[in-house]
Design a protein around this ligand. Structure first.
Ligand code: UGA
Length: 437
């Protein structure tokens, strides 16, 4: 088992650090944000991620996990240094690499002994080579380090599970010693099966973008099929189910909805487009997935307005679910942002409710009303829009809701409500691509 430093305690860094300590390694999670480290040391976990707090607490008390803002010292103590800093979207879809480069700088001046330098952050293809040359310029002795690309495939909301039981672990390096060290840090994973895949650095970097873009493409594809189903009277759930039974297609990521959001798909697709343009290549499929997604997000407001016969002026609408998906408080690129803008822009009034993302959304929309309880949020509203597939929305007491709301309109953008029940209670409703009952 190895001594590891993680640079960056965002969601990737924290989950990776906690997961690697759970595998028996001794991990120091570091960050330049001293405040964050202080909070982590006093037991405050800055993100909502199911199961994370439990493994962090267990590994702290077993002395396998530490938090420190002394990055230099942590690097010097470690054999593996993992870069997990943010790579936000910069201008024109290019990735902002400033945090990565400053982490690499810190690593290069603290290479007191041989280390594997590994990148987990999603970085443009070619970054590995740049990092190797950045370090080489500083250290002169190239035997002091090897470089590995080890992209993450963690979904927010199930990141701990994805880390502890991954479908695959991609290790991009041509160096067998570095590969073996990386295999060691993931050792408990291949007691039963071997999920390790060794590739070149560039291939590993590409696997991440290719995987995310393909999943996003699947979503945009099923959303377009859903929209066509609506126009033609077909049912998208039956279509997706039957499509998914074909092993070549698989049923995953074929759920139609209000469009994909989050900190990954929108950013990574733009980055891949930017990368391909730089090589004078066009990626029409990726471009199409982006356009379809933007249109899908806008389409939700139109669907709502249509349910109100074209006018939502002064109508009060409860927006249920603000996070970009269930089990996270992340609202980045959430379709809830588009629907709220659509409602406000057309003269409507918003009551917002999310079990955990109210606070995050209030940083974007200050002037709408937020509720801590779903039934309070629907009191006297004219209509309801469901944006996030939270479990608590799947089992709503629709009878009670019908009594306390003023109107009878529901737009279910996640297709989670029972259409028979909606009809029998007299709701006027719409969803995505289903045959209405
Ligand atoms: C995604 C990938 O799934 C992870 O493998 C990857 O590591 C991560 O990006 C990343 O690059 O860090 P994440 O963005 O957390 O993970 O969430 P997903 O579960 O993939 O969902 C993304 C969006 O697609 C959400 O808005 C979700 O509601 C939407 N979606 C997903 C659909 O609309 N339909 C589906 O069938 C699936």
């Amino acid at each position: 088992m190895k001594k590891i430093t993680i640079i960056g305690t965002g969601y990737v860094g924290l989950v990776t650090g906690a997961g690697l300590s759970e595998f028996g390694n001794r991990v120091i999670c570091t960050d330049i944000d001293k405040n964050k480290i202080e909070k982590l040391n006093s037991g405050i976990i800055p993100i909502y991620e199911p199961g994370l707090e439990e493994i962090i607490k267990r590994n702290i008390s077993d002395n396998r996990l530490l938090f420190s803002s002394n990055i230099e010292d942590a690097i010097m103590q470690s054999e593996v240094v993992i870069i997990a800093v943010g790579t936000p979207m910069g201008a024109n879809g290019a990735t902002d690499m400033s945090f990565v480069h400053s982490a690499v700088e810190t690593i290069s001046i603290n290479l007191n002994s041989y280390k594997v330098v590994c990148t987990k952050s999603t970085v443009p293809i070619g970054t590995g080579k740049e990092i190797i040359s950045q370090i080489s310029k500083k250290v002169k002795n190239n035997n002091l380090f090897d470089y590995v690309s080890n992209p993450e495939f963690l979904r927010e909301g199930s990141a701990v599970k994805d880390f502890l039981w991954p479908d695959r672990v991609v290790i991009g390096t041509d160096n067998q010693n570095a590969y073996q060290i990386m295999c060691d840090i993931y050792r408990p994973l291949y007691i039963n099966k071997n999920p390790m895949t060794q590739t070149s650095i560039e291939t590993a970097e590409m696997i991440k973008y290719a995987s995310n873009s393909f999943l996003a493409l699947k979503i945009s594809y099923i959303n377009e099929i859903a929209n066509l189903c609506e126009a033609l009277g077909a049912d998208v759930h039956d279509v997706a189910n039957a499509m998914g039974q074909d092993g070549r297609i698989s049923e995953k990521f074929l759920h139609p909805g209000p469009g994909f959001g989050g900190s990954c798909f929108p950013k990574d697709l733009e980055a891949l487009l930017y990368i391909s343009k730089n090589k004078s290549l066009s990626m029409e499929t990726v471009n199409a997935a982006i356009i379809v997604n933007k249109n899908q997000k806008k389409r939700m407001a139109n669907k709502l307005i249509n349910l109100f016969d074209g006018n939502i002026n002064n109508r009060k609408i409860a927006v249920l679910g603000l996070a970009f998906k269930a089990n996270t408080d992340d609202v980045r690129e959430s379709p809830a942002i588009d629907i709220i803008k659509g409602i406000l822009g057309n003269g409507g009034i918003v009551n917002a409710y999310d079990p955990i993302a109210n606070n995050e959304m209030s940083k974007i929309f200050h002037d709408i009303e937020y509720f801590d309880n779903i039934y309070d949020s629907v009191k006297n509203v004219d209509g309801i829009v469901i944006i996030t597939e939270w479990n608590e929305f799947r089992s709503l007491d629709l009878q009670k809701i019908k009594k306390i709301m003023k109107g009878n309109i529901i737009l279910d953008t996640r297709n989670i409500l029972d259409m028979d029940e909606l009809s029998s209670l007299g709701f006027v409703y719409d969803n995505i691509g289903r045959i209405k009952k």
